[in-house]
Design a protein around this ligand. Structure first.
Ligand SMILES: *Cc1c(COP(=O)(O)O)cnc(C)c1O
Length: 389
Protein backbone atom coordinates (compact mmCIF):
# COMPACT_ATOMS: atom_id res chain seq x y z
CA UNK A 1 0.00 0.00 0.00
CA UNK A 2 1.12 3.56 -0.60
CA UNK A 3 -0.28 5.81 2.07
CA UNK A 4 -0.45 9.54 1.35
CA UNK A 5 2.55 11.48 2.64
CA UNK A 6 0.29 13.92 4.44
CA UNK A 7 -0.26 11.29 7.11
CA UNK A 8 3.45 11.35 7.96
CA UNK A 9 3.23 15.05 8.77
CA UNK A 10 0.82 14.52 11.62
CA UNK A 11 2.65 14.26 14.93
CA UNK A 12 2.24 11.05 16.91
CA UNK A 13 -0.21 11.15 19.79
CA UNK A 14 1.68 12.76 22.65
CA UNK A 15 0.44 11.18 25.81
CA UNK A 16 0.84 7.52 25.02
CA UNK A 17 3.08 7.00 28.08
CA UNK A 18 0.86 8.75 30.58
CA UNK A 19 -2.29 7.09 29.27
CA UNK A 20 -0.65 3.68 29.41
CA UNK A 21 0.36 4.36 33.01
CA UNK A 22 -3.21 5.42 33.90
CA UNK A 23 -4.54 2.19 32.37
CA UNK A 24 -1.93 0.11 34.30
CA UNK A 25 -2.76 1.79 37.59
CA UNK A 26 -6.49 1.34 37.05
CA UNK A 27 -5.95 -2.32 36.19
CA UNK A 28 -4.29 -2.70 39.60
CA UNK A 29 -7.41 -1.28 41.21
CA UNK A 30 -6.00 2.19 41.94
CA UNK A 31 -8.70 4.85 41.94
CA UNK A 32 -7.66 7.78 39.77
CA UNK A 33 -9.45 11.11 39.79
CA UNK A 34 -9.26 12.48 36.28
CA UNK A 35 -9.29 16.17 35.43
CA UNK A 36 -8.31 15.27 31.87
CA UNK A 37 -11.63 15.00 30.03
CA UNK A 38 -13.27 18.01 28.37
CA UNK A 39 -16.78 16.64 28.12
CA UNK A 40 -19.67 17.88 30.28
CA UNK A 41 -20.48 15.47 33.12
CA UNK A 42 -24.13 16.55 33.13
CA UNK A 43 -26.77 15.11 30.78
CA UNK A 44 -28.62 16.78 27.92
CA UNK A 45 -31.72 18.46 29.43
CA UNK A 46 -34.88 16.28 29.20
CA UNK A 47 -37.03 18.55 27.00
CA UNK A 48 -34.33 18.29 24.34
CA UNK A 49 -34.17 14.49 24.62
CA UNK A 50 -37.99 14.29 24.55
CA UNK A 51 -38.00 16.18 21.27
CA UNK A 52 -35.46 13.76 19.78
CA UNK A 53 -37.56 10.76 20.83
CA UNK A 54 -40.66 12.30 19.27
CA UNK A 55 -38.92 13.24 16.01
CA UNK A 56 -37.23 9.85 15.71
CA UNK A 57 -40.64 8.22 15.12
CA UNK A 58 -41.61 10.51 12.25
CA UNK A 59 -40.84 8.87 8.88
CA UNK A 60 -39.87 12.14 7.16
CA UNK A 61 -36.92 12.25 9.55
CA UNK A 62 -35.70 8.83 8.45
CA UNK A 63 -34.56 10.11 5.06
CA UNK A 64 -31.41 11.85 3.83
CA UNK A 65 -31.23 15.35 5.24
CA UNK A 66 -30.10 18.35 3.14
CA UNK A 67 -26.46 19.40 3.68
CA UNK A 68 -27.51 22.97 4.47
CA UNK A 69 -29.94 21.80 7.16
CA UNK A 70 -33.62 22.42 7.80
CA UNK A 71 -34.69 26.04 7.23
CA UNK A 72 -36.28 25.79 10.68
CA UNK A 73 -32.88 25.13 12.24
CA UNK A 74 -31.11 27.92 10.34
CA UNK A 75 -33.85 30.30 11.50
CA UNK A 76 -33.51 29.11 15.09
CA UNK A 77 -29.77 29.77 14.94
CA UNK A 78 -30.31 33.28 13.52
CA UNK A 79 -32.91 34.07 16.21
CA UNK A 80 -30.62 32.74 18.94
CA UNK A 81 -27.78 34.99 17.72
CA UNK A 82 -30.16 37.96 17.65
CA UNK A 83 -31.43 37.32 21.18
CA UNK A 84 -28.06 36.53 22.68
CA UNK A 85 -25.71 38.88 20.83
CA UNK A 86 -27.98 41.37 19.09
CA UNK A 87 -26.49 40.22 15.79
CA UNK A 88 -28.75 39.85 12.75
CA UNK A 89 -28.01 36.96 10.38
CA UNK A 90 -29.67 35.90 7.14
CA UNK A 91 -30.64 32.28 7.87
CA UNK A 92 -30.32 31.32 4.19
CA UNK A 93 -26.88 32.71 3.42
CA UNK A 94 -25.12 33.44 6.69
CA UNK A 95 -25.89 30.28 8.69
CA UNK A 96 -24.79 26.69 8.03
CA UNK A 97 -25.43 23.79 10.44
CA UNK A 98 -22.49 21.45 11.03
CA UNK A 99 -22.04 17.88 12.27
CA UNK A 100 -20.52 19.34 15.42
CA UNK A 101 -18.29 22.37 15.00
CA UNK A 102 -15.16 20.23 14.75
CA UNK A 103 -16.40 18.95 11.40
CA UNK A 104 -16.63 22.47 9.96
CA UNK A 105 -13.35 23.54 11.57
CA UNK A 106 -11.64 20.66 9.82
CA UNK A 107 -13.35 21.05 6.47
CA UNK A 108 -12.93 24.82 6.07
CA UNK A 109 -9.20 24.20 5.63
CA UNK A 110 -10.06 22.84 2.17
CA UNK A 111 -11.57 26.22 1.28
CA UNK A 112 -8.46 28.28 2.15
CA UNK A 113 -5.42 26.05 2.30
CA UNK A 114 -3.35 24.85 -0.62
CA UNK A 115 0.07 23.31 -0.64
CA UNK A 116 2.33 25.77 1.21
CA UNK A 117 -0.44 28.15 2.42
CA UNK A 118 0.20 29.84 5.75
CA UNK A 119 -2.45 29.71 8.50
CA UNK A 120 -2.16 31.74 11.72
CA UNK A 121 -2.89 29.46 14.65
CA UNK A 122 -2.93 30.20 18.40
CA UNK A 123 -0.40 28.37 20.59
CA UNK A 124 -1.59 26.85 22.86
CA UNK A 125 -4.72 25.95 20.90
CA UNK A 126 -7.31 23.33 20.04
CA UNK A 127 -5.23 20.90 17.96
CA UNK A 128 -7.68 20.69 15.03
CA UNK A 129 -6.68 24.15 13.68
CA UNK A 130 -3.12 23.06 12.95
CA UNK A 131 -3.91 19.43 12.08
CA UNK A 132 -6.53 20.37 9.46
CA UNK A 133 -4.09 22.95 8.07
CA UNK A 134 -1.44 20.25 7.68
CA UNK A 135 -3.83 17.68 6.24
CA UNK A 136 -4.74 20.25 3.58
CA UNK A 137 -1.02 20.78 2.84
CA UNK A 138 -0.54 24.13 4.58
CA UNK A 139 1.83 25.44 7.23
CA UNK A 140 0.64 26.65 10.63
CA UNK A 141 2.32 29.84 11.88
CA UNK A 142 1.97 29.80 15.65
CA UNK A 143 0.92 32.91 17.53
CA UNK A 144 1.92 32.50 21.20
CA UNK A 145 -0.81 33.14 23.77
CA UNK A 146 1.06 34.42 26.81
CA UNK A 147 -0.12 35.03 30.34
CA UNK A 148 1.38 38.53 30.31
CA UNK A 149 -0.82 39.40 27.30
CA UNK A 150 -3.94 37.94 28.93
CA UNK A 151 -3.64 35.03 26.51
CA UNK A 152 -4.48 37.21 23.49
CA UNK A 153 -2.15 36.88 20.49
CA UNK A 154 0.11 39.88 19.83
CA UNK A 155 -0.96 40.65 16.26
CA UNK A 156 1.80 43.26 15.90
CA UNK A 157 4.36 40.54 16.54
CA UNK A 158 3.32 38.64 13.40
CA UNK A 159 5.85 39.73 10.73
CA UNK A 160 4.20 41.56 7.81
CA UNK A 161 5.63 39.03 5.36
CA UNK A 162 3.91 36.20 7.26
CA UNK A 163 0.64 38.11 7.68
CA UNK A 164 0.58 39.03 3.98
CA UNK A 165 1.07 35.43 2.91
CA UNK A 166 -1.47 33.99 5.39
CA UNK A 167 -4.90 33.02 4.04
CA UNK A 168 -6.63 32.13 7.30
CA UNK A 169 -6.42 32.96 11.00
CA UNK A 170 -7.84 30.92 13.89
CA UNK A 171 -8.96 32.41 17.19
CA UNK A 172 -10.92 30.90 20.08
CA UNK A 173 -12.50 32.79 22.99
CA UNK A 174 -13.42 31.92 25.67
CA UNK A 175 -10.24 29.97 25.13
CA UNK A 176 -9.48 26.29 25.39
CA UNK A 177 -7.08 25.56 27.11
CA UNK A 178 -6.30 28.85 28.95
CA UNK A 179 -9.86 29.76 30.02
CA UNK A 180 -9.24 33.39 28.97
CA UNK A 181 -11.92 35.59 27.50
CA UNK A 182 -11.40 38.30 24.85
CA UNK A 183 -12.90 41.79 24.95
CA UNK A 184 -14.85 43.12 21.96
CA UNK A 185 -12.16 45.70 21.20
CA UNK A 186 -9.70 42.86 20.60
CA UNK A 187 -12.08 41.48 17.96
CA UNK A 188 -12.19 44.94 16.40
CA UNK A 189 -8.40 44.92 16.13
CA UNK A 190 -8.65 41.50 14.51
CA UNK A 191 -11.03 42.88 11.87
CA UNK A 192 -8.53 45.67 11.02
CA UNK A 193 -5.64 43.21 10.89
CA UNK A 194 -7.60 40.85 8.63
CA UNK A 195 -8.53 43.71 6.28
CA UNK A 196 -4.97 44.99 6.11
CA UNK A 197 -3.51 41.60 5.29
CA UNK A 198 -6.45 40.07 3.39
CA UNK A 199 -6.90 37.16 5.80
CA UNK A 200 -10.10 35.21 6.42
CA UNK A 201 -10.86 34.95 10.15
CA UNK A 202 -12.34 31.88 11.80
CA UNK A 203 -13.43 32.45 15.37
CA UNK A 204 -14.16 29.23 17.20
CA UNK A 205 -16.65 30.05 19.95
CA UNK A 206 -18.17 26.92 21.53
CA UNK A 207 -17.77 28.35 25.06
CA UNK A 208 -19.61 31.69 24.82
CA UNK A 209 -22.27 30.27 27.17
CA UNK A 210 -19.80 28.81 29.69
CA UNK A 211 -18.75 31.89 31.63
CA UNK A 212 -18.22 33.03 35.22
CA UNK A 213 -18.77 36.00 37.49
CA UNK A 214 -21.79 37.00 35.38
CA UNK A 215 -19.58 38.32 32.56
CA UNK A 216 -21.14 37.23 29.26
CA UNK A 217 -18.52 36.86 26.55
CA UNK A 218 -18.99 38.73 23.26
CA UNK A 219 -19.35 37.14 19.84
CA UNK A 220 -16.80 37.96 17.15
CA UNK A 221 -19.82 38.80 14.99
CA UNK A 222 -20.51 41.81 17.24
CA UNK A 223 -17.32 43.49 16.07
CA UNK A 224 -17.86 46.18 13.44
CA UNK A 225 -17.09 44.70 10.02
CA UNK A 226 -16.65 41.12 11.30
CA UNK A 227 -18.87 39.63 8.64
CA UNK A 228 -16.76 41.23 5.91
CA UNK A 229 -13.71 39.24 7.02
CA UNK A 230 -14.80 36.15 8.87
CA UNK A 231 -17.07 33.56 10.37
CA UNK A 232 -17.78 32.20 13.82
CA UNK A 233 -18.04 28.52 14.62
CA UNK A 234 -20.44 27.64 17.40
CA UNK A 235 -21.80 24.48 18.86
CA UNK A 236 -24.56 23.03 20.97
CA UNK A 237 -22.08 20.63 22.56
CA UNK A 238 -20.89 22.67 25.49
CA UNK A 239 -23.91 24.97 25.92
CA UNK A 240 -26.56 22.24 26.24
CA UNK A 241 -24.37 19.24 27.15
CA UNK A 242 -24.86 17.77 23.70
CA UNK A 243 -21.36 16.60 22.77
CA UNK A 244 -22.62 13.13 21.83
CA UNK A 245 -25.30 14.33 19.42
CA UNK A 246 -22.91 16.13 17.07
CA UNK A 247 -24.44 19.39 16.08
CA UNK A 248 -22.98 22.87 15.66
CA UNK A 249 -23.05 25.76 13.21
CA UNK A 250 -20.99 28.35 11.40
CA UNK A 251 -22.30 31.88 10.90
CA UNK A 252 -21.10 35.07 9.24
CA UNK A 253 -19.40 35.91 5.95
CA UNK A 254 -21.59 34.54 3.18
CA UNK A 255 -18.78 33.75 0.73
CA UNK A 256 -17.03 31.71 3.39
CA UNK A 257 -20.28 29.98 4.37
CA UNK A 258 -20.97 29.16 0.73
CA UNK A 259 -17.44 27.83 0.18
CA UNK A 260 -17.73 25.53 3.19
CA UNK A 261 -21.14 24.38 1.96
CA UNK A 262 -19.59 23.51 -1.43
CA UNK A 263 -16.95 21.31 0.20
CA UNK A 264 -19.39 19.73 2.64
CA UNK A 265 -22.06 19.00 0.08
CA UNK A 266 -19.52 16.75 -1.64
CA UNK A 267 -18.36 15.01 1.52
CA UNK A 268 -21.29 14.58 3.87
CA UNK A 269 -25.05 14.37 3.69
CA UNK A 270 -25.96 16.60 6.57
CA UNK A 271 -27.12 16.07 10.13
CA UNK A 272 -29.85 13.51 10.95
CA UNK A 273 -33.08 15.52 10.93
CA UNK A 274 -34.26 14.35 14.33
CA UNK A 275 -31.04 15.77 15.76
CA UNK A 276 -31.54 19.04 13.89
CA UNK A 277 -34.99 19.34 15.47
CA UNK A 278 -33.52 18.52 18.84
CA UNK A 279 -31.21 21.49 18.28
CA UNK A 280 -34.21 23.70 17.42
CA UNK A 281 -35.69 22.68 20.78
CA UNK A 282 -32.45 23.55 22.58
CA UNK A 283 -32.06 26.95 20.89
CA UNK A 284 -35.73 27.97 21.22
CA UNK A 285 -36.49 26.41 24.60
CA UNK A 286 -35.68 27.63 28.09
CA UNK A 287 -32.09 28.84 28.44
CA UNK A 288 -32.12 28.43 32.23
CA UNK A 289 -29.82 25.45 32.05
CA UNK A 290 -26.96 27.77 31.05
CA UNK A 291 -27.02 29.80 34.26
CA UNK A 292 -27.60 26.68 36.37
CA UNK A 293 -24.63 24.95 34.80
CA UNK A 294 -22.38 27.98 35.21
CA UNK A 295 -23.14 28.23 38.94
CA UNK A 296 -21.98 24.63 39.37
CA UNK A 297 -18.88 25.14 37.26
CA UNK A 298 -17.95 28.38 39.00
CA UNK A 299 -18.11 26.65 42.38
CA UNK A 300 -15.83 23.91 41.05
CA UNK A 301 -13.48 26.46 39.50
CA UNK A 302 -13.12 28.34 42.78
CA UNK A 303 -12.41 25.18 44.79
CA UNK A 304 -9.76 24.06 42.37
CA UNK A 305 -8.06 27.44 41.94
CA UNK A 306 -7.87 27.82 45.74
CA UNK A 307 -6.11 24.50 46.26
CA UNK A 308 -3.77 25.10 43.32
CA UNK A 309 -2.74 28.36 44.90
CA UNK A 310 -2.08 26.59 48.22
CA UNK A 311 0.22 24.03 46.63
CA UNK A 312 2.21 26.52 44.57
CA UNK A 313 0.67 26.22 41.12
CA UNK A 314 -0.21 29.57 39.72
CA UNK A 315 -3.61 29.59 38.02
CA UNK A 316 -5.58 32.61 36.89
CA UNK A 317 -9.27 31.95 37.56
CA UNK A 318 -10.67 31.35 34.06
CA UNK A 319 -13.25 33.77 32.59
CA UNK A 320 -15.06 30.85 30.97
CA UNK A 321 -14.75 27.29 29.58
CA UNK A 322 -14.37 24.02 31.48
CA UNK A 323 -10.64 24.52 32.01
CA UNK A 324 -8.17 25.77 34.58
CA UNK A 325 -4.73 26.44 33.10
CA UNK A 326 -2.05 26.27 35.75
CA UNK A 327 1.63 27.19 35.55
CA UNK A 328 3.86 24.55 37.09
CA UNK A 329 6.47 25.33 39.76
CA UNK A 330 10.11 26.08 38.86
CA UNK A 331 12.07 23.00 37.97
CA UNK A 332 9.10 21.12 36.49
CA UNK A 333 7.74 20.80 33.00
CA UNK A 334 4.02 20.22 32.57
CA UNK A 335 4.76 16.62 31.63
CA UNK A 336 6.91 16.11 34.78
CA UNK A 337 4.19 17.48 37.00
CA UNK A 338 1.44 15.47 35.32
CA UNK A 339 3.48 12.31 35.94
CA UNK A 340 4.19 13.24 39.54
CA UNK A 341 0.55 14.06 40.36
CA UNK A 342 -0.50 10.76 38.85
CA UNK A 343 2.08 8.70 40.80
CA UNK A 344 1.91 10.55 44.10
CA UNK A 345 -1.71 11.57 44.53
CA UNK A 346 -3.49 9.58 41.78
CA UNK A 347 -4.79 12.63 39.97
CA UNK A 348 -4.73 12.79 36.15
CA UNK A 349 -4.33 16.11 34.29
CA UNK A 350 -3.34 17.06 30.73
CA UNK A 351 0.19 18.41 30.11
CA UNK A 352 -0.07 21.79 28.38
CA UNK A 353 2.42 20.82 25.66
CA UNK A 354 -0.41 18.88 24.04
CA UNK A 355 -1.83 22.25 22.96
CA UNK A 356 1.43 23.70 21.66
CA UNK A 357 4.97 24.54 22.74
CA UNK A 358 3.85 27.69 24.60
CA UNK A 359 1.98 25.33 26.93
CA UNK A 360 5.10 23.42 28.00
CA UNK A 361 5.17 24.88 31.52
CA UNK A 362 1.46 24.44 32.14
CA UNK A 363 -1.04 21.73 32.92
CA UNK A 364 -4.74 21.79 32.10
CA UNK A 365 -7.43 20.76 34.55
CA UNK A 366 -10.92 20.12 33.22
CA UNK A 367 -13.70 20.66 35.77
CA UNK A 368 -16.22 18.41 34.01
CA UNK A 369 -16.28 15.79 36.74
CA UNK A 370 -19.04 15.26 39.30
CA UNK A 371 -18.81 17.45 42.44
CA UNK A 372 -17.90 14.58 44.73
CA UNK A 373 -15.07 13.46 42.45
CA UNK A 374 -13.83 17.02 42.14
CA UNK A 375 -13.89 17.29 45.93
CA UNK A 376 -11.91 14.07 46.23
CA UNK A 377 -9.41 15.34 43.63
CA UNK A 378 -9.00 18.66 45.41
CA UNK A 379 -8.31 16.87 48.72
CA UNK A 380 -5.68 14.72 47.05
CA UNK A 381 -4.03 17.73 45.44
CA UNK A 382 -3.85 19.42 48.85
CA UNK A 383 -1.65 16.55 50.06
CA UNK A 384 0.87 16.94 47.23
CA UNK A 385 4.22 17.93 48.64
CA UNK A 386 6.29 18.95 45.68
CA UNK A 387 6.79 22.39 44.40
CA UNK A 388 10.53 22.71 45.10
CA UNK A 389 12.47 20.53 42.80
C1 LIG B 1 -15.18 21.12 22.19
C2 LIG B 1 -14.51 22.04 21.24
C3 LIG B 1 -14.84 22.08 19.88
C4 LIG B 1 -15.70 21.04 19.19
O1 LIG B 1 -16.97 20.98 19.54
P1 LIG B 1 -18.02 20.11 18.74
O2 LIG B 1 -19.04 21.09 18.32
O3 LIG B 1 -18.50 19.11 19.72
O4 LIG B 1 -17.34 19.48 17.56
C5 LIG B 1 -14.27 23.02 19.07
N1 LIG B 1 -13.38 23.90 19.56
C6 LIG B 1 -13.00 23.88 20.84
C7 LIG B 1 -12.00 24.86 21.30
C8 LIG B 1 -13.53 22.94 21.72
O5 LIG B 1 -13.11 22.91 22.99
Amino acid sequence: MQFAKRLDRLPPYLFVDINRRIAEMRAKGIDIVTFAIGDPDMSTPSPIIDRLCHEARIPANHRYPETDGLPELREAVADWYRDRFDVGLDPDTEVLPLIGSKEGIGHIAFCFVESGSVVLVPDPGYPVYSMATMIAGGEPYYMPLLEKNDYLPDLDAVPDSVADSATLMWLNYPNNPTGAGAPLDFFEKVVDFARTHNIAVCHDAPYTEVYFDGKRPPSFMQAQGARDVGVEFHSLSKTYHMTGWRIGMVVGNREMVRALFTVKSNLDSGIPQAIQLMAVEALRGSQDVIAEHNVILQRRRDKLVTVLDEIGLSARPPDGTFYVWARVPQGYSGVDLARELLEQVHVAVTPGIGYGTSGADYIRFSITLPDERLEEGVQRLATWRGGSR
